[in-house]
Design a protein around this ligand. Structure first.
Ligand SMILES: *[C@@H]1O[C@H](CO)[C@@H](O)[C@H](O)[C@H]1NC(C)=O
Ligand SMILES: *[C@@H]1O[C@H](CO)[C@@H](O)[C@H](O)[C@H]1NC(C)=O
Ligand SMILES: *[C@@H]1O[C@H](CO)[C@@H](O)[C@H](O)[C@H]1NC(C)=O
Ligand SMILES: [Fe+2]
Length: 480
């Protein structure tokens, strides 16, 4: 992007911010008048090129990577070989076609009803350099395949980094637009908000098959940059009539997270640090009330957040805590009553959720005074509260959630029932630029764009401290 474009974009962003600041002063939020014209919410047919199988005997497919440690110096590379186990070794290096190093992974297979999975490989590649492009090769002989990824910069308070946010993607033509628009955004990693393939909308062996097609569908992004996974209700797949009663079975075999690095006992919730962000991933569908593992883990993890190193504190979950759509209304209430006061005490910047197939952003509100006898039933404006943003609009086969509560509740700042994705571009410890992009009949349209001020570094006391820090830096530069 040239300087002029950048200037124009900044003006646009600032103008939007002014607009939003005005809106925030008023009472009611906005319900967008945009109506997405009907577009079939049907899955892409099996023979479509979006699901194409790579050529060659036993060629690796469904390639995806995720962060492999707490700090971003490792990745986990996963793929499936269809015909035989083959090799679980990843060859990698910093120059194309020169794979100086290798790492050995694991292979496993499983059944789901009568479906037999391919051979699923997971390989941890660790000890990487920061801010480096790595090339990697998997598979063997003529069927081997090569990809690349970039490691993030070291964890640090003013490290710029651009995240994408996608939820409830599925595998329709709308999903394909979301994915293509996301790839155009230039973001470096995805924070995924649960509900991946929607394979559980099928039955019997088609469930496993639709997990495979989804893995091939997203490969054009997932093979090249890490997607940080969280689970939704469509991953549970508790299907006793098929004899399948282990929750998250397909998901857990295929997708993996660096949960041990944050001392979590399960891949279903975990935390990572990446650039200037500390990202906490929760599971709406495992117990979280007091005394449960998830509760105990989160309590401990929050104490490890160091805003001097990672100013940005981001939480991901599937079920939104603030939602004014009639779809899934109040489903987040139980988790809200358990965790909301922590999110406020720790000044979480933003909580992203999916589940509701629409877009919604809250004001900074809290409802922590509520208890069953207090009578204070309504959320109140609260400067220490996170923003709650629902990005469940990836485009799956269930279609859009178009019935919003009327009138719009006071906690809801903006809502629109259409498909899209978000990006969060962190500039430094105080500023990040947030975008929500709608898929408008194939075009990518930025609808919301504003500057997000950091909740920790934005307070007056710390602003003064930061000013002092900047003066010190200026003096040091002058001395030099
Ligand atoms: C895994 O694959 C082997 C063949 O390589 C097969 O014998 C075995 O039954 C498979 N296991 C499952 C659980 O499908
Ligand atoms: C319930 O809320 C009220 C008002 O916030 C508070 O005074 C009271 O102590 C709370 N009750 C309990 C048992 O925490
Ligand atoms: C942070 O970034 C914003 C937007 O680019 C800029 O205006 C501000 O001066 C930066 N602050 C620091 C401390 O670098
Ligand atoms: Fe969901």
């Amino acid at each position: 992007m040239d300087a002029k474009m950048q200037g124009m974009l900044l003006n646009f962003v600032l103008a939007s911010f002014v607009l939003l600041s005005c809106i925030r002063g008023g009472t009611a939020g906005i319900t967008s008048s945009f109506i997405r014209s009907e577009f079939p919410a049907v899955d892409i047919p099996l023979d479509h090129e979006a699901f194409s199988v790579p050529k060659g005997y036993n060629a690796p497919q469904q390639v995806h990577i995720t962060q492999g440690d707490y700090e971003g110096k490792a990745v986990i590379i996963s793929w499936v070989t269809p015909d035989e186990p083959g090799s679980s070794t990843v060859h990698y290096g910093t120059a194309e076609n020169k794979f100086r190093a290798s790492a050995k992974g694991t292979v496993s297979n499983y059944t789901f009803y009568l479906y037999k999975s391919g051979y699923i490989h997971h390989c941890l590649v660790e000890g990487l350099e920061h801010s480096t492009k790595y090339y990697y090769k998997i598979g063997s002989g003529d069927s081997s395949r090569e990809f690349w990824f970039e490691t993030p910069p070291p964890v640090g308070p003013d490290t710029p980094y651009k995240f994408g946010i996608i939820g409830d993607l599925g595998q329709t033509f709308n999903s394909l637009q979301t994915l293509d628009h996301y790839i155009e955004s230039g973001a470096k990693a995805v924070l995924y908000l649960g509900d991946l393939s929607y394979a559980d909308r099928y039955t019997k062996n088609d469930i496993g098959l639709r997990w495979d097609t989804w893995g091939r569908f997203v490969e054009k992004s997932t093979a090249y940059q890490p997607w940080m996974w969280s689970v939704g209700n469509h991953e549970i797949e508790y299907l006793p009539h098929l004899g399948e009663v282990d929750p998250f079975k397909n998901y857990l075999h295929r997708y993996t997270t660096p949960h041990l690095a944050s001392k979590s006992s399960t891949p279903l919730w975990y935390a990572i640090r990446r650039a200037s962000a500390h990202i906490i991933v929760l599971n709406s569908y495992s117990p979280y009330v007091k005394y449960t593992p998830q509760y105990i883990w989160l309590k401990e993890e929050l104490t490890k957040v160091d805003r001097e190193k990672t100013p940005w504190l981001i939480v991901l979950m599937h079920v939104p805590l603030y939602n004014s759509n009639s779809a899934h209304f109040m489903e987040g209430e139980s988790m809200r009553s358990v965790f909301e006061s922590w999110f406020i005490d720790y000044k979480v910047d933003v909580i992203f959720a999916g589940h509701v197939h629409a877009y919604e952003r809250s004001y900074r509100v809290s409802n922590i005074d509520y208890n069953i006898t207090s009578g204070s039933r309504y959320p109140k404006p609260d400067k220490s509260a996170p923003l709650y943003i629902t990005v469940g609009d990836g485009g799956n086969q269930e279609g859009l959630a178009s019935k919003f509560l009327d009138p719009q509740p006071e906690y809801s700042a903006f809502r629109e029932s259409s498909y899209g994705h978000s990006t969060l571009e962190i500039k430094n410890r105080t500023h990040a630029i947030y975008h929500w992009n709608r898929n408008d009949e194939g075009k990518k349209v930025p609808v919301e764009a504003f500057v997000l001020h950091n909740q920790y570094w934005g307070s007056n006391r710390r602003r003064r401290k930061l000013k002092h820090f900047l003066l010190t830096v200026a003096e040091e530069v002058a001395d030099f």
